[in-house]
Design a protein around this ligand. Sequence first.
Ligand code: NG1
Ligand code: ZN
Length: 529
Amino acid sequence: MAQFQDVSKQSALHPKPAGLVLQYGTAGFRTNAKLLDHIMFRMGLLATLRSKKTNATIGVMVTASHNPEEDNGVKLVDPMGEMVTPTWEGYATQLANAEQEDVLAALKEIIEKEAINMSQEADVFIGKDTRSSSESLSKAVLDGVSALGGHNKDYGLVTTPQLHYMVRCQNTQGKYGEATVEGYYTKFCHAFIQLTKNASNCTDDQKHLSVDGANGIGALKVRELESHLKKELHISLFNDGSAGKLNHQCGADFVKVQQNPPTGMTVNSGERCCSFDGDADRIVYYYTDSEGHFHLLDGDKIATLISTFLKELLTQAGLDLEIAVVQTAYANGSSTNYLEETMKVIVRCTKTGVKHLHHAAQEFDIGVYFEANGHGTVLFSEAAQEKVQQLTEDSSGERKRAALLLQNTIDVINQTVGDAISDMLLIEAILAIKGMTIQQWDAMYEDLPSRQLKVKVSDRRVIDTADAERRAVSPAGLQEAIGALVRKYGRARSFVRPSGTEDVVRVYAEADTQESADALAHEVSLAVY
Ligand code: NG1
Ligand code: ZN
Protein backbone atom coordinates (compact mmCIF):
# COMPACT_ATOMS: atom_id res chain seq x y z
CA MET A 1 0.00 0.00 0.00
CA ALA A 2 1.12 3.56 -0.80
CA GLN A 3 0.97 4.67 2.82
CA PHE A 4 3.42 2.00 3.88
CA GLN A 5 5.83 3.17 1.19
CA ASP A 6 5.67 6.60 2.75
CA VAL A 7 6.38 5.11 6.16
CA SER A 8 9.46 3.30 4.83
CA LYS A 9 10.75 6.41 3.10
CA GLN A 10 10.18 8.68 6.09
CA SER A 11 11.44 6.15 8.59
CA ALA A 12 14.81 6.09 6.81
CA LEU A 13 15.08 9.81 7.55
CA HIS A 14 14.57 9.10 11.27
CA PRO A 15 16.97 6.20 11.81
CA LYS A 16 17.24 4.30 15.06
CA PRO A 17 20.69 4.01 16.61
CA ALA A 18 21.32 0.24 16.30
CA GLY A 19 20.98 -1.67 19.54
CA LEU A 20 19.36 1.19 21.48
CA VAL A 21 16.61 -0.10 23.78
CA LEU A 22 14.21 2.27 25.51
CA GLN A 23 11.06 1.65 27.46
CA TYR A 24 7.78 3.54 27.71
CA GLY A 25 8.13 4.27 31.43
CA THR A 26 6.27 6.13 34.19
CA ALA A 27 5.70 9.09 31.89
CA GLY A 28 6.46 7.88 28.37
CA PHE A 29 9.94 7.78 26.83
CA ARG A 30 12.58 9.95 28.42
CA THR A 31 16.29 10.19 27.78
CA ASN A 32 18.96 12.40 26.23
CA ALA A 33 17.34 14.36 23.38
CA LYS A 34 19.97 13.18 20.87
CA LEU A 35 18.62 9.62 21.11
CA LEU A 36 15.00 10.44 20.48
CA ASP A 37 14.43 11.40 16.84
CA HIS A 38 13.32 7.90 15.71
CA ILE A 39 11.17 7.53 18.84
CA MET A 40 9.32 10.74 17.98
CA PHE A 41 8.68 9.64 14.40
CA ARG A 42 7.43 6.27 15.56
CA MET A 43 5.20 7.82 18.23
CA GLY A 44 3.68 9.92 15.46
CA LEU A 45 2.90 6.63 13.67
CA LEU A 46 1.52 5.03 16.81
CA ALA A 47 -0.65 8.02 17.74
CA THR A 48 -2.14 7.87 14.25
CA LEU A 49 -2.95 4.17 14.69
CA ARG A 50 -4.44 4.87 18.13
CA SER A 51 -6.60 7.60 16.62
CA LYS A 52 -7.85 5.27 13.90
CA LYS A 53 -8.55 2.59 16.48
CA THR A 54 -10.47 4.84 18.89
CA ASN A 55 -12.01 7.01 16.19
CA ALA A 56 -10.98 9.98 18.30
CA THR A 57 -8.29 12.64 18.54
CA ILE A 58 -5.07 11.52 20.27
CA GLY A 59 -2.43 13.78 21.85
CA VAL A 60 1.36 13.66 21.66
CA MET A 61 3.33 15.78 24.11
CA VAL A 62 7.04 16.39 23.63
CA THR A 63 8.56 17.08 27.05
CA ALA A 64 10.88 15.67 29.70
CA SER A 65 9.16 17.53 32.53
CA HIS A 66 11.58 18.03 35.45
CA ASN A 67 14.56 16.32 33.76
CA PRO A 68 17.58 18.44 32.78
CA GLU A 69 17.49 20.61 29.66
CA GLU A 70 19.56 18.10 27.64
CA ASP A 71 16.89 15.41 27.99
CA ASN A 72 13.59 15.18 26.23
CA GLY A 73 10.70 12.78 26.06
CA VAL A 74 7.31 11.97 24.62
CA LYS A 75 4.02 10.60 25.81
CA LEU A 76 0.68 9.82 24.26
CA VAL A 77 -2.65 11.18 25.46
CA ASP A 78 -5.80 9.07 25.13
CA PRO A 79 -9.23 10.42 24.05
CA MET A 80 -10.51 11.62 27.43
CA GLY A 81 -7.18 13.32 28.16
CA GLU A 82 -5.85 10.44 30.22
CA MET A 83 -2.62 8.44 29.82
CA VAL A 84 -2.62 5.80 27.09
CA THR A 85 -3.62 2.26 28.18
CA PRO A 86 -1.00 -0.33 29.30
CA THR A 87 -1.48 -2.46 26.14
CA TRP A 88 -0.58 0.52 23.97
CA GLU A 89 2.34 1.37 26.22
CA GLY A 90 3.56 -2.12 25.32
CA TYR A 91 3.09 -1.40 21.59
CA ALA A 92 5.00 1.86 22.06
CA THR A 93 7.95 -0.01 23.52
CA GLN A 94 7.86 -2.66 20.75
CA LEU A 95 7.68 -0.09 17.97
CA ALA A 96 10.39 2.07 19.55
CA ASN A 97 12.81 -0.83 19.83
CA ALA A 98 12.25 -2.43 16.40
CA GLU A 99 15.48 -2.22 14.42
CA GLN A 100 15.34 -0.02 11.33
CA GLU A 101 14.50 -2.84 8.89
CA ASP A 102 11.73 -4.18 11.15
CA VAL A 103 9.67 -1.00 11.63
CA LEU A 104 7.07 -1.90 9.02
CA ALA A 105 6.65 -5.40 10.39
CA ALA A 106 6.23 -4.04 13.93
CA LEU A 107 3.65 -1.54 12.69
CA LYS A 108 1.70 -4.18 10.77
CA GLU A 109 1.68 -6.44 13.80
CA ILE A 110 -0.07 -3.75 15.86
CA ILE A 111 -2.55 -3.09 13.03
CA GLU A 112 -3.36 -6.75 12.87
CA LYS A 113 -3.60 -7.36 16.61
CA GLU A 114 -5.91 -4.39 17.06
CA ALA A 115 -7.80 -5.02 13.80
CA ILE A 116 -7.33 -1.38 12.80
CA ASN A 117 -9.29 -0.11 9.82
CA MET A 118 -6.61 1.79 7.93
CA SER A 119 -9.14 3.75 5.87
CA GLN A 120 -10.41 5.38 9.07
CA GLU A 121 -9.47 9.09 9.44
CA ALA A 122 -6.94 10.03 12.12
CA ASP A 123 -6.41 13.25 14.10
CA VAL A 124 -3.44 13.98 16.33
CA PHE A 125 -2.85 17.03 18.57
CA ILE A 126 0.77 17.91 19.28
CA GLY A 127 2.37 20.10 21.94
CA LYS A 128 5.90 20.80 23.14
CA ASP A 129 7.79 22.35 26.03
CA THR A 130 10.50 25.03 25.82
CA ARG A 131 13.54 22.74 25.49
CA SER A 132 15.72 23.69 22.51
CA SER A 133 15.41 20.11 21.18
CA SER A 134 11.59 20.15 21.30
CA GLU A 135 11.23 22.04 18.01
CA SER A 136 12.89 19.44 15.77
CA LEU A 137 11.60 16.49 17.81
CA SER A 138 8.01 17.64 17.44
CA LYS A 139 8.61 17.92 13.67
CA ALA A 140 9.63 14.25 13.71
CA VAL A 141 6.28 13.43 15.37
CA LEU A 142 4.49 15.36 12.61
CA ASP A 143 6.40 13.36 9.99
CA GLY A 144 5.14 10.16 11.61
CA VAL A 145 1.55 11.36 11.58
CA SER A 146 1.65 12.45 7.94
CA ALA A 147 3.43 9.27 6.82
CA LEU A 148 0.27 7.38 7.77
CA GLY A 149 -2.03 10.04 6.31
CA GLY A 150 -3.19 11.42 9.67
CA HIS A 151 -4.30 15.03 10.21
CA ASN A 152 -2.54 17.05 12.85
CA LYS A 153 -3.01 20.20 14.88
CA ASP A 154 0.22 21.58 16.26
CA TYR A 155 -0.40 23.64 19.42
CA GLY A 156 3.26 24.58 19.62
CA LEU A 157 4.41 25.67 23.08
CA VAL A 158 1.87 24.47 25.65
CA THR A 159 2.04 22.90 29.11
CA THR A 160 1.47 19.15 29.33
CA PRO A 161 -1.92 19.59 31.05
CA GLN A 162 -3.00 22.12 28.43
CA LEU A 163 -2.49 19.50 25.73
CA HIS A 164 -4.44 16.92 27.76
CA TYR A 165 -7.23 19.46 28.11
CA MET A 166 -7.33 20.15 24.34
CA VAL A 167 -7.67 16.44 23.57
CA ARG A 168 -10.57 16.03 25.98
CA CYS A 169 -12.36 19.16 24.74
CA GLN A 170 -12.06 17.97 21.15
CA ASN A 171 -13.38 14.49 21.88
CA THR A 172 -16.34 15.71 23.95
CA GLN A 173 -17.46 18.16 21.25
CA GLY A 174 -16.76 21.18 23.43
CA LYS A 175 -18.70 19.88 26.46
CA TYR A 176 -15.54 20.15 28.57
CA GLY A 177 -14.58 23.53 27.09
CA GLU A 178 -13.15 24.98 23.91
CA ALA A 179 -10.04 23.25 22.52
CA THR A 180 -7.94 26.41 22.35
CA VAL A 181 -5.39 27.96 24.70
CA GLU A 182 -7.74 30.94 25.05
CA GLY A 183 -10.62 28.54 25.88
CA TYR A 184 -8.46 26.99 28.58
CA TYR A 185 -7.80 30.34 30.30
CA THR A 186 -11.41 31.43 29.92
CA LYS A 187 -12.81 28.30 31.54
CA PHE A 188 -10.45 28.04 34.51
CA CYS A 189 -10.19 31.78 35.22
CA HIS A 190 -13.96 32.28 35.05
CA ALA A 191 -14.43 29.56 37.68
CA PHE A 192 -11.64 31.09 39.78
CA ILE A 193 -13.23 34.57 39.68
CA GLN A 194 -16.61 33.06 40.63
CA LEU A 195 -15.00 31.26 43.58
CA THR A 196 -13.15 34.32 44.86
CA LYS A 197 -16.45 36.25 45.01
CA ASN A 198 -17.03 34.15 48.13
CA ALA A 199 -13.90 35.50 49.78
CA SER A 200 -14.76 38.41 52.00
CA ASN A 201 -12.26 41.11 52.96
CA CYS A 202 -9.33 39.68 51.03
CA THR A 203 -6.51 42.23 51.19
CA ASP A 204 -4.05 42.90 48.39
CA ASP A 205 -1.37 41.25 50.51
CA GLN A 206 -3.41 38.06 50.73
CA LYS A 207 -3.88 38.11 46.96
CA HIS A 208 -0.14 38.08 46.37
CA LEU A 209 1.70 34.94 45.26
CA SER A 210 5.32 34.43 44.14
CA VAL A 211 5.65 31.83 41.39
CA ASP A 212 8.85 30.01 40.34
CA GLY A 213 8.30 29.09 36.68
CA ALA A 214 11.31 26.67 36.61
CA ASN A 215 12.54 28.61 33.54
CA GLY A 216 10.07 26.58 31.52
CA ILE A 217 6.77 26.58 29.68
CA GLY A 218 4.81 27.26 32.89
CA ALA A 219 6.42 30.69 33.13
CA LEU A 220 5.28 31.62 29.61
CA LYS A 221 1.79 30.46 30.40
CA VAL A 222 1.57 32.31 33.72
CA ARG A 223 2.28 35.50 31.78
CA GLU A 224 -0.63 34.69 29.44
CA LEU A 225 -2.87 33.78 32.36
CA GLU A 226 -2.38 37.05 34.26
CA SER A 227 -4.63 39.17 32.05
CA HIS A 228 -7.54 36.77 32.70
CA LEU A 229 -7.29 37.00 36.49
CA LYS A 230 -8.94 40.41 36.84
CA LYS A 231 -6.52 41.33 39.63
CA GLU A 232 -7.99 38.65 41.92
CA LEU A 233 -4.48 37.20 42.11
CA HIS A 234 -1.27 39.26 41.97
CA ILE A 235 1.59 37.14 40.72
CA SER A 236 5.30 37.92 41.00
CA LEU A 237 6.94 35.61 38.50
CA PHE A 238 10.53 34.37 38.97
CA ASN A 239 12.65 32.01 36.85
CA ASP A 240 10.71 33.06 33.79
CA GLY A 241 13.22 31.62 31.32
CA SER A 242 14.80 34.95 30.42
CA ALA A 243 18.10 34.18 32.15
CA GLY A 244 18.26 30.84 33.97
CA LYS A 245 18.40 27.28 32.71
CA LEU A 246 15.36 25.00 32.68
CA ASN A 247 14.87 23.15 36.02
CA HIS A 248 18.39 24.09 37.12
CA GLN A 249 18.30 24.66 40.88
CA CYS A 250 14.67 25.65 40.57
CA GLY A 251 11.28 24.16 39.91
CA ALA A 252 9.00 21.88 41.91
CA ASP A 253 11.23 18.79 41.79
CA PHE A 254 14.31 20.67 43.01
CA VAL A 255 12.35 22.32 45.85
CA LYS A 256 10.70 19.06 46.93
CA VAL A 257 13.79 16.86 46.84
CA GLN A 258 16.28 19.42 48.19
CA GLN A 259 13.77 20.81 50.72
CA ASN A 260 15.10 24.28 49.92
CA PRO A 261 13.78 27.37 48.10
CA PRO A 262 14.78 27.69 44.43
CA THR A 263 17.58 29.98 43.37
CA GLY A 264 16.59 33.00 41.30
CA MET A 265 13.65 33.86 43.55
CA THR A 266 13.14 36.40 46.31
CA VAL A 267 11.55 34.52 49.21
CA ASN A 268 10.46 37.08 51.80
CA SER A 269 9.77 35.77 55.28
CA GLY A 270 6.19 34.58 55.72
CA GLU A 271 5.21 35.10 52.05
CA ARG A 272 3.31 32.49 50.05
CA CYS A 273 5.41 31.01 47.21
CA CYS A 274 5.02 28.13 44.78
CA SER A 275 7.11 26.30 42.17
CA PHE A 276 6.01 24.65 38.93
CA ASP A 277 8.00 21.91 37.24
CA GLY A 278 9.38 22.04 33.68
CA ASP A 279 6.09 21.19 31.92
CA ALA A 280 3.78 22.70 34.56
CA ASP A 281 1.98 19.57 35.67
CA ARG A 282 3.34 19.74 39.22
CA ILE A 283 3.14 22.40 41.91
CA VAL A 284 4.46 22.71 45.47
CA TYR A 285 4.00 25.62 47.91
CA TYR A 286 6.40 26.93 50.58
CA TYR A 287 7.39 29.82 52.82
CA THR A 288 10.21 30.68 55.18
CA ASP A 289 9.39 31.68 58.76
CA SER A 290 10.82 34.57 60.76
CA GLU A 291 13.71 32.36 61.88
CA GLY A 292 14.59 31.56 58.29
CA HIS A 293 13.28 27.98 58.45
CA PHE A 294 11.94 26.61 55.20
CA HIS A 295 8.44 25.08 55.23
CA LEU A 296 7.36 22.92 52.29
CA LEU A 297 3.69 22.29 51.53
CA ASP A 298 3.87 19.40 49.08
CA GLY A 299 1.32 17.28 47.23
CA ASP A 300 0.19 15.64 50.49
CA LYS A 301 -0.59 19.01 52.09
CA ILE A 302 -2.34 20.11 48.89
CA ALA A 303 -4.50 16.96 48.89
CA THR A 304 -5.35 17.58 52.54
CA LEU A 305 -6.37 21.20 51.94
CA ILE A 306 -8.52 20.33 48.93
CA SER A 307 -10.22 17.33 50.53
CA THR A 308 -10.97 19.32 53.71
CA PHE A 309 -12.55 22.06 51.62
CA LEU A 310 -14.61 19.60 49.58
CA LYS A 311 -15.75 17.70 52.66
CA GLU A 312 -16.96 20.90 54.30
CA LEU A 313 -18.87 21.88 51.16
CA LEU A 314 -20.49 18.44 50.91
CA THR A 315 -21.69 18.76 54.51
CA GLN A 316 -23.04 22.27 53.93
CA ALA A 317 -24.75 21.13 50.72
CA GLY A 318 -26.17 18.04 52.43
CA LEU A 319 -24.76 15.87 49.65
CA ASP A 320 -23.87 12.28 50.44
CA LEU A 321 -20.92 11.65 48.12
CA GLU A 322 -18.00 9.33 48.85
CA ILE A 323 -14.68 11.14 48.87
CA ALA A 324 -11.28 9.45 48.83
CA VAL A 325 -7.66 10.55 48.71
CA VAL A 326 -5.22 8.53 46.59
CA GLN A 327 -1.51 8.64 47.44
CA THR A 328 1.68 6.70 46.72
CA ALA A 329 4.31 5.21 49.02
CA TYR A 330 6.08 8.60 48.96
CA ALA A 331 3.21 10.23 50.90
CA ASN A 332 4.39 11.45 54.26
CA GLY A 333 3.18 9.12 57.05
CA SER A 334 1.75 12.10 58.94
CA SER A 335 -0.49 13.01 56.01
CA THR A 336 -1.92 9.51 55.72
CA ASN A 337 -2.49 9.44 59.46
CA TYR A 338 -4.21 12.85 59.46
CA LEU A 339 -6.45 11.97 56.52
CA GLU A 340 -7.53 8.65 58.00
CA GLU A 341 -7.70 9.45 61.71
CA THR A 342 -8.69 13.12 61.87
CA MET A 343 -10.48 13.76 58.59
CA LYS A 344 -11.94 10.25 58.38
CA VAL A 345 -11.61 10.03 54.61
CA ILE A 346 -10.82 6.89 52.66
CA VAL A 347 -7.12 6.70 51.69
CA ARG A 348 -5.77 4.47 48.92
CA CYS A 349 -2.11 3.82 48.07
CA THR A 350 -1.04 2.99 44.49
CA LYS A 351 2.19 2.55 42.58
CA THR A 352 4.11 5.67 41.50
CA GLY A 353 2.94 7.36 38.30
CA VAL A 354 -0.22 9.36 37.81
CA LYS A 355 -1.86 6.77 35.62
CA HIS A 356 -2.14 4.50 38.67
CA LEU A 357 -3.49 7.24 40.93
CA HIS A 358 -5.90 8.46 38.26
CA HIS A 359 -7.31 4.99 37.81
CA ALA A 360 -7.82 4.46 41.56
CA ALA A 361 -9.45 7.89 41.95
CA GLN A 362 -12.03 7.02 39.28
CA GLU A 363 -13.58 4.48 41.64
CA PHE A 364 -15.08 7.16 43.91
CA ASP A 365 -17.69 9.92 43.61
CA ILE A 366 -14.84 12.33 44.31
CA GLY A 367 -11.25 11.12 44.05
CA VAL A 368 -8.53 13.54 45.16
CA TYR A 369 -5.16 12.24 43.99
CA PHE A 370 -1.72 13.71 44.54
CA GLU A 371 1.81 12.43 44.42
CA ALA A 372 3.94 13.92 47.20
CA ASN A 373 5.90 15.77 44.50
CA GLY A 374 2.84 17.92 43.72
CA HIS A 375 1.41 16.10 40.70
CA GLY A 376 -2.29 15.62 41.09
CA THR A 377 -5.88 16.66 40.55
CA VAL A 378 -9.45 15.83 41.57
CA LEU A 379 -11.86 13.61 39.66
CA PHE A 380 -15.64 13.89 39.96
CA SER A 381 -17.80 11.05 38.66
CA GLU A 382 -20.50 11.90 36.11
CA ALA A 383 -23.14 11.10 38.73
CA ALA A 384 -21.52 13.37 41.31
CA GLN A 385 -21.36 16.24 38.82
CA GLU A 386 -25.01 15.78 37.94
CA LYS A 387 -26.03 15.79 41.61
CA VAL A 388 -24.14 19.02 42.22
CA GLN A 389 -25.67 20.60 39.12
CA GLN A 390 -29.16 19.51 40.19
CA LEU A 391 -28.67 20.94 43.66
CA THR A 392 -27.68 24.36 42.31
CA GLU A 393 -31.16 24.45 40.72
CA ASP A 394 -33.21 22.83 43.50
CA SER A 395 -31.84 24.44 46.66
CA SER A 396 -31.70 27.80 48.36
CA GLY A 397 -29.76 29.60 51.09
CA GLU A 398 -26.68 27.94 52.57
CA ARG A 399 -27.18 24.73 50.57
CA LYS A 400 -27.36 26.60 47.27
CA ARG A 401 -24.23 28.59 48.15
CA ALA A 402 -22.35 25.34 48.87
CA ALA A 403 -23.65 23.74 45.68
CA LEU A 404 -22.53 26.72 43.59
CA LEU A 405 -19.11 26.63 45.26
CA LEU A 406 -18.85 22.93 44.42
CA GLN A 407 -19.89 23.63 40.85
CA ASN A 408 -17.20 26.28 40.41
CA THR A 409 -14.67 24.05 42.13
CA ILE A 410 -15.38 21.34 39.56
CA ASP A 411 -14.91 23.93 36.80
CA VAL A 412 -11.59 25.30 38.11
CA ILE A 413 -10.05 21.82 38.14
CA ASN A 414 -8.39 20.21 35.14
CA GLN A 415 -9.79 16.71 35.53
CA THR A 416 -7.66 15.25 32.75
CA VAL A 417 -4.34 15.28 34.64
CA GLY A 418 -2.39 17.16 37.33
CA ASP A 419 -2.06 20.81 36.30
CA ALA A 420 0.09 23.40 38.11
CA ILE A 421 -1.96 26.36 36.82
CA SER A 422 -5.37 24.90 37.61
CA ASP A 423 -4.18 23.52 40.98
CA MET A 424 -2.74 26.93 41.83
CA LEU A 425 -6.05 28.65 41.06
CA LEU A 426 -7.94 26.13 43.19
CA ILE A 427 -5.54 26.45 46.14
CA GLU A 428 -5.55 30.25 45.94
CA ALA A 429 -9.36 30.26 45.86
CA ILE A 430 -9.62 27.90 48.85
CA LEU A 431 -7.19 29.96 50.95
CA ALA A 432 -9.09 33.14 50.05
CA ILE A 433 -12.53 31.68 50.80
CA LYS A 434 -11.40 30.15 54.09
CA GLY A 435 -9.41 33.30 54.98
CA MET A 436 -6.52 30.97 55.67
CA THR A 437 -2.81 31.87 55.67
CA ILE A 438 -0.15 29.51 54.36
CA GLN A 439 1.04 29.12 57.96
CA GLN A 440 -2.42 27.98 59.09
CA TRP A 441 -2.59 25.56 56.18
CA ASP A 442 0.86 24.22 57.08
CA ALA A 443 -0.25 23.68 60.68
CA MET A 444 -3.00 21.18 59.67
CA TYR A 445 -0.48 18.44 60.51
CA GLU A 446 3.28 18.26 60.97
CA ASP A 447 5.27 16.29 58.39
CA LEU A 448 7.56 13.53 59.59
CA PRO A 449 11.14 14.39 58.57
CA SER A 450 12.00 12.55 55.35
CA ARG A 451 14.82 12.05 52.87
CA GLN A 452 14.95 10.92 49.24
CA LEU A 453 18.18 9.67 47.66
CA LYS A 454 19.13 8.30 44.25
CA VAL A 455 21.47 5.33 43.88
CA LYS A 456 23.23 4.40 40.62
CA VAL A 457 23.37 0.63 40.13
CA SER A 458 24.44 -1.46 37.15
CA ASP A 459 20.94 -2.78 36.51
CA ARG A 460 18.07 -1.18 38.39
CA ARG A 461 15.60 -3.76 37.06
CA VAL A 462 16.89 -6.41 39.46
CA ILE A 463 14.79 -4.65 42.10
CA ASP A 464 11.22 -5.81 42.05
CA THR A 465 8.55 -4.51 44.42
CA ALA A 466 5.10 -5.41 45.72
CA ASP A 467 2.38 -3.88 47.91
CA ALA A 468 2.25 -0.57 45.96
CA GLU A 469 6.07 -0.50 45.91
CA ARG A 470 6.36 -0.49 49.70
CA ARG A 471 8.12 -3.87 49.83
CA ALA A 472 11.09 -5.20 47.81
CA VAL A 473 10.51 -8.80 46.69
CA SER A 474 13.84 -9.10 44.88
CA PRO A 475 16.80 -9.33 45.12
CA ALA A 476 16.57 -11.88 47.93
CA GLY A 477 17.42 -10.49 51.36
CA LEU A 478 16.98 -6.80 50.49
CA GLN A 479 13.62 -6.39 52.23
CA GLU A 480 14.93 -8.09 55.37
CA ALA A 481 17.94 -5.75 55.37
CA ILE A 482 15.68 -2.69 55.02
CA GLY A 483 13.41 -4.02 57.80
CA ALA A 484 16.34 -4.42 60.18
CA LEU A 485 17.53 -0.85 59.49
CA VAL A 486 14.02 0.62 59.91
CA ARG A 487 13.66 -1.05 63.33
CA LYS A 488 16.62 0.99 64.63
CA TYR A 489 14.67 4.27 64.41
CA GLY A 490 11.48 5.75 65.84
CA ARG A 491 8.34 6.13 63.65
CA ALA A 492 10.50 5.00 60.73
CA ARG A 493 9.60 3.74 57.27
CA SER A 494 11.73 3.16 54.20
CA PHE A 495 11.43 1.62 50.75
CA VAL A 496 13.33 1.42 47.46
CA ARG A 497 12.14 1.20 43.85
CA PRO A 498 13.67 1.54 40.38
CA SER A 499 12.85 4.92 38.82
CA GLY A 500 10.71 4.85 35.69
CA THR A 501 12.18 8.09 34.34
CA GLU A 502 15.88 7.99 35.25
CA ASP A 503 18.51 5.26 35.35
CA VAL A 504 18.60 5.17 39.17
CA VAL A 505 17.10 3.40 42.16
CA ARG A 506 15.17 5.77 44.45
CA VAL A 507 15.46 5.44 48.22
CA TYR A 508 12.88 6.97 50.56
CA ALA A 509 13.09 7.15 54.34
CA GLU A 510 11.15 8.93 57.05
CA ALA A 511 11.63 8.94 60.82
CA ASP A 512 11.00 11.00 63.95
CA THR A 513 13.99 13.31 63.40
CA GLN A 514 15.73 14.66 60.31
CA GLU A 515 19.01 13.09 61.48
CA SER A 516 17.35 9.67 61.72
CA ALA A 517 15.63 10.02 58.32
CA ASP A 518 18.95 11.04 56.73
CA ALA A 519 20.86 8.21 58.41
CA LEU A 520 18.23 5.63 57.49
CA ALA A 521 18.13 6.74 53.83
CA HIS A 522 21.91 6.55 53.69
CA GLU A 523 22.06 3.09 55.28
CA VAL A 524 19.32 1.75 53.00
CA SER A 525 21.13 3.09 49.93
CA LEU A 526 24.22 1.12 51.00
CA ALA A 527 22.05 -2.01 51.25
CA VAL A 528 20.94 -1.50 47.63
CA TYR A 529 24.44 -1.79 46.12
P1 NG1 B 1 10.11 7.94 38.82
O1 NG1 B 1 11.33 8.42 38.15
O2 NG1 B 1 9.51 6.65 38.27
O3 NG1 B 1 10.28 7.94 40.32
C1 NG1 B 1 9.06 10.41 38.75
C2 NG1 B 1 8.26 10.74 39.98
C3 NG1 B 1 6.85 10.26 39.77
C4 NG1 B 1 6.23 10.84 38.50
C5 NG1 B 1 7.18 10.66 37.31
C6 NG1 B 1 6.75 11.37 36.07
C7 NG1 B 1 8.95 10.71 42.35
C8 NG1 B 1 9.50 9.93 43.47
N1 NG1 B 1 8.79 10.07 41.18
O4 NG1 B 1 8.97 9.02 38.54
O5 NG1 B 1 6.09 10.58 40.88
O6 NG1 B 1 5.86 12.17 38.67
O7 NG1 B 1 8.52 11.09 37.63
O8 NG1 B 1 7.01 12.73 36.06
O9 NG1 B 1 8.65 11.90 42.53
ZN1 ZN C 1 6.00 17.37 34.88
